[in-house]
Design a protein. Structure first.
Length: 213
């Protein structure tokens, strides 16, 4: 009889322990969440840079993405498109020497595909400083038009390479303080920043970005 009681008690304790283990495993699973992600889109202003083949005017940042690992560190990927350079008054662009046979040069918009690490330093509940550094693949191209050439009157010249990019600016968070929107509002911000692309096609821009829309 004692043996039956001891066996029953051992079985109950083992089942109880197994249930606690399962509950702990479920709790650990619940605690693991993927890092928050957000989108970003915006406009940029570029000054004319003949060497980089970038014109003066408005550029665009196509919809990019971001991953925020914690309050300070994250990663972003995006594509910037710069305004094209007006070459009507230029006698030389890149490595192409202009001769009397060439009628015109027309540049296309440079684009920069970048991936950067981000560092955010919070100043208060709304404002933060943000710095970014990483690599960008630039692509630049232009058309050369030849006078009197009937077969190939136009030639496309293009170049691309990888180089570094850095950015520094400020974030202004916006949104309601209601609990149901708290998680979504963590992603919403207006970014004002200065970005510098290095290398042969490096350009500088002043940027306005919307995040988390």
């Amino acid at each position: 009889m004692k043996f039956v009681v001891l066996a029953t008690l051992s079985f109950v304790l083992s089942v109880s322990g197994f249930g606690e283990t399962k509950d702990e495993d479920k709790e650990k699973t619940k605690r693991f969440n993927l890092p928050p992600t957000y989108s970003l889109i915006g406009l940029s202003w570029y000054g004319e840079d003949v060497e980089a083949q970038v014109g003066s005017g408005i550029g665009f940042r196509l919809r990019g993405f971001g991953v925020q690992f914690n309050d300070k560190f994250g990663v972003e990927g995006f594509i910037d498109i710069a305004p094209n350079l007006d070459t009507t008054t230029l006698s030389d662009v890149s490595d192409v020497e202009v001769s009397g046979e060439i009628v015109d040069l027309k540049t296309k918009r440079n684009n920069y595909a970048s991936i950067v690490g981000t560092y955010t330093h919070q100043l208060n509940e709304r404002w933060s400083l943000i710095g970014k550094a990483g690599y960008s693949r630039y692509s630049k191209k232009f058309h050369v038009f030849f006078e009197g050439e009937e077969v190939f009157p136009r030639r496309l010249v293009k170049d691309s390479d990888f180089d570094s990019v850095v950015s520094f600016g400020m974030l202004r968070k916006f949104g309601s303080d209601e609990p149901k929107n708290a998680e979504q509002d963590k992603k919403r911000a207006l970014e004002l920043s200065l970005t510098k692309f290095f290398g042969e096609a490096g350009a500088m821009s002043i940027n306005v970005r919307l995040r988390g829309l």
